[in-house]
Design a protein around this ligand. Structure first.
Ligand code: ACO
Length: 402
């Protein structure tokens, strides 16, 4: 009911683009997406090639520094990260302060925010050495923080990192191992998780990354900016969707009625009923990450011991949705989140940890985007305009007259 042309007459010409459907916030040389063709490339390298042949740490290096590392560069990067995995003992005490049933995402963002208090020698966004140190600290410590958040939530003792292990193996051990007990890392599980982290590592100007850039544009430090990104990722329309998919499937199982009944409710647009894990702002054909996740699911779910009933429900749901005019006409296809939850569940992670795993994957992208923004001399503080729809000027009235 708002007459935009009238409003613009009082505001001047402003681009009004709610949800930023077609507004670019920045130039970027990191990630390329062609939503119609289903293309995703990091620094020019197709996601399919990286998922097949790279590792999460190598891909992180590529995103942050712009080129694939030589063996010497990768070794130095890996070794530097492995020397920063420990958390300050005082930071460890934070985990005792949260309620036992706390969701691990806000625990994660709080702990990352707290890194600004522990590493005050690394907060200057324009000091290259400090940014480098903050980068390494974040990459090294987030898996430890994530594993601690999980261990606390299930009342188990925390494990110190074992730096003879790789980043993913170390995280799996800290999540599923016990102190003073040997933990055999399942190489298939480690490989699958590494690959999923690669698929999540960057996705240009999505909600959380834009948040990281916006916060960083005020020259807030890297920890503060990434903490804000984690909170943005928590929402069910963004990273929280992987948790929401599994909850949707579990609800379908409990409530019965099958796939058709659920799809009907989605099409009737019942409040709060969406096909979670479907649809994407940019991909209007298919999400190339979803195709790769599905291939991984087919490969590893049998070995990891999947919940077959939920897997069948997911497959039926995809089949029905992909052949239904409602979804076809709206270009709704499975996104990266549709099958990841089933894999995470089979690995042994509880549903509430799924979005944390997304955050672990997205971290190098956040860091790369923040660094690109800080290094760009044309960056200005992010400050969108608005079209005001409230009252015109009016006089204050005394309490008795209201
Ligand atoms: N289920 C049912 N209908 C949907 C869905 C869905 N998942 N997504 C979009 N639609 C419908 C909308 O109702 C709308 O229909 P209409 O034209 O009849 O009103 C139409 O498709 C267009 O949808 P928009 O909401 O305008 O699309 P937008 O680009 O704003 O939203 C989003 C994208 C948020 C991802 C949306 O598709 C969604 O909510 N999906 C479910 C949540 C999800 O899986 N999020 C993860 C995204 S990927 C990621 O963050 C990694």
């Amino acid at each position: 009911g708002v007459d935009i042309s009238k409003l613009l007459a009082t505001t001047g010409v402003i681009t009004l683009d709610p949800g930023f459907m077609n507004t670019g916030s920045t130039t970027s040389a990191i990630t390329y997406i062609d939503g119609d063709a289903g293309i995703l490339r990091y620094r020019g390298y197709p996601i399919e090639q990286l998922a097949k042949s790279s590792t999460f740490l190598e891909t992180s290096y590529l995103l942050i520094y712009g080129e694939l590392p030589t063996q010497t560069e990768l070794d130095a990067f890996t070794s530097r990260i492995s020397r920063h995995t420990l958390l300050h003992e005082d930071l460890k005490r934070f985990f005792d302060g949260f309620p036992r049933d706390a969701h691990p995402m806000p625990v994660l963002s709080s702990a990352v925010s707290a890194l600004s208090t522990f590493y005050q020698d690394g907060l200057d966004p324009f000091n290259t050495e400090q940014v480098e140190l903050a980068t390494v600290r974040l990459l090294a410590k987030l898996p430890t923080i994530a594993a601690y958040a999980y261990k606390k939530s299930i009342g188990q003792p925390l494990l110190y990192p074992d730096n003879s292990l790789g980043l993913v193996e170390n995280f799996l051990r800290m999540s599923f191992g016990f102190p003073a007990e040997p933990y055999e890392v399942d190489p298939k599980m480690a490989k699958a998780l590494d690959q999923l982290l690669i698929l999540h590592a960057d996705h240009e100007q999505n909600c959380s990354t834009s948040t990281v850039r916006l916060v960083g544009s005020s020259h807030a430090n890297l920890f503060a900016s990434v903490s804000a990104g984690i909170n943005a990722l928590f929402g069910p329309l963004h990273g929280g969707a992987n948790q929401a998919v599994l909850e949707m499937l579990e609800k379908m199982r409990v409530e019965g009625g099958g796939v058709d009944a659920f799809v009907k409710r989605v099409k009737n647009k019942e409040p709060g009923v969406k096909l979670m894990g479907f649809g994407h702002r940019v991909y209007k054909n298919y999400d190339p990450r979803a195709a790769l996740v599905k291939a991984t699911a087919d490969e590893v779910l049998a070995d990891l011991g999947a919940d077959d009933e939920l897997l069948q429900l997911a497959k039926q749901l995809e089949e029905v949705a992909l052949s239904d005019e409602y979804f076809i006409s709206r270009k709704l296809y499975p996104n990266v989140d549709f099958y990841t939850g089933l894999i995470y569940k089979a690995m042994g992670f509880p549903t509430r940890m799924f979005t944390v795993l997304f955050a672990l994957g997205r971290l190098p992208g956040w860091i790369a985007q923040w660094r690109e923004m800080i290094a760009d001399p044309t960056t200005k503080i992010g400050r969108p305009r608005q079209v005001y729809t409230g009252y015109a000027e009016r006089d204050w009235t005394g309490m008795a007259e209201r």
